[in-house]
Write a protein that binds this ligand. Structure first.
Ligand SMILES: C[S@@+](CC[C@H](N)C(=O)[O-])C[C@H]1O[C@@H](n2cnc3c(N)ncnc32)[C@H](O)[C@@H]1O
Length: 278
C-alpha cells in the first residue's frame, strides 16, 4: 500500500503490520461473522455494505457469499485500505465488490447506492466520535426490514492475563486511555441497544463472544493478542502513555505466556447485534 498517499488515517495506521494484524484478526473471528451473516439472511443475490471495511477481509468473504448475483459495497475512510481492497477484488475477479473512501458518519455525500439488504459493521463504531450519525446513515440506505449486523466491544479493559501480571494490566490501562483520548469508545456496545432503538432499529439477536488465547504456541488466537500488543505497545510509548521499560516488561510477560501452555489471555468480549431496519 502506498502509505505516502494517505491523508486521513485511524490510530492504528494502515501499514503492512496493521494489514497483517487485521488479516489474522479476521481469521480468528470469521466463524462468528459468517454465522451472523447467515442468520441475517445474507446469501446469493444479497446486496451488502461492509461499513468501516478496513483492508476488506470480511468484504472479500461477503463477495463470495453473495456470489456474482449479489453486490458488496465496502466503505472506509482510509484511501490506502480502499485502494488495496479494490486491487484484491480485481485480483480475485470479483467485479461485484467495489470499495469507496467515505466517512461512515456522512455516507450520503459519497455513496448514492441505497436499497441494501444488509450492512455489516465490525470494530468501526468504537472509533467514531459520533456513532449515532453512522446508525442514522445505515437506516437511510437499508431496505425496510433490512438487517444491520454489528460486532463491537464492551469492557475491552477486561482483557487480562492468567496468571495476572501488573505490567500487562498497566499496558491495558494505557491502551484504554489512548483510545479515550482519540474519542474512541471501546465500551460502545453498552450504548448500542439504546442508540439502535432510538434510530428505529429493532434488535433481534444480541449476544456476546468470549474467547481465551492459550499460550504454548498452540493457539492462533494467542498470536492475534501477541501481535496486537507488539504493534500497539511501542505506539503507546511514542504517545507518551507508557514508559519504555513498562512496555518492555509487559511484552516480556506476554512472550512468557506465549511459551507456556498452562497460561492464557482473556480476550476482550465482542458483542453481536443483528437489528432490523424500520
Ligand atoms: C479495527 S479496523 C476494522 C476493519 C474491519 N471492519 C475489520 O473488521 O477488519 C477499523 C476501521 O475503521 C475505519 N474507520 C475509522 N473511522 C472511520 C470513519 N469515520 N469512517 C469510515 N471508516 C472509518 C478505519 O480506517 C479502519 O479501517
Amino acid at each position: 500500500m502506498a502509505n505516502q498517499e494517505l491523508t486521513k488515517e485511524y490510530v492504528l495506521g494502515t501499514g503492512q503490520d496493521e494489514l497483517d494484524r487485521l488479516g489474522l484478526q479476521h481469521r480468528i473471528w470469521a466463524d462468528a461473522a459468517v454465522s451472523a451473516w447467515k442468520r441475517a439472511g445474507i446469501g446469493p443475490g444479497s446486496k451488502v455494505l461492509d461499513l468501516g471495511c478496513g483492508p476488506g477481509f470480511a468484504s472479500l468473504e461477503l463477495a463470495q457469499l453473495v456470489t456474482s448475483k449479489g453486490k458488496v459495497i465496502a466503505v472506509d475512510e482510509s484511501k490506502g485500505f480502499v485502494s488495496h481492497l479494490n486491487q484484491q477484488a480485481a485480483k480475485f475477479e470479483l467485479p461485484h465488490l467495489q470499495a469507496y473512501s467515505a466517512d461512515a458518519q456522512n455516507l450520503q455525500s459519497t455513496l448514492n447506492d441505497k436499497g441494501f439488504d444488509a450492512v455489516y459493521c465490525r470494530w468501526l463504531l468504537c472509533w467514531l466520535p459520533e456513532p449515532q450519525k453512522a446508525l442514522a446513515e445505515v437506516k437511510k440506505i437499508l431496505k425496510p426490514g433490512g438487517r444491520f449486523v454489528i460486532h463491537d466491544y464492551f469492557n475491552w479493559r477486561a482483557m487480562c492475563s492468567a496468571p495476572r501480571s501488573k505490567p500487562i494490566e498497566k499496558m491495558v490501562q494505557a491502551a484504554v486511555a489512548s483510545f479515550e483520548e482519540r474519542n474512541g469508545n471501546v465500551d460502545i456496545a453498552a450504548s448500542l441497544p439504546k442508540l439502535l432503538r432510538e434510530t428505529g432499529f429493532v434488535v433481534s439477536d444480541f449476544s456476546m463472544h468470549a474467547r481465551v488465547a492459550r499460550g504454548g504456541g498452540l493457539d492462533s488466537t494467542f498470536a492475534w493478542v501477541s501481535t496486537w500488543w507488539h504493534t500497539y505497545g511501542p505506539k503507546l510509548v511514542q504517545m507518551g502513555k507508557l514508559s519504555q521499560s513498562d512496555c518492555e516488561q509487559a511484552l516480556l510477560a506476554i512472550d512468557e505466556i506465549g511459551r507456556n501452555p498452562d497460561q492464557f489471555f482473556v480476550c476482550p468480549p465482542v458483542f453481536e447485534f443483528i437489528a432490523k431496519a424500520p
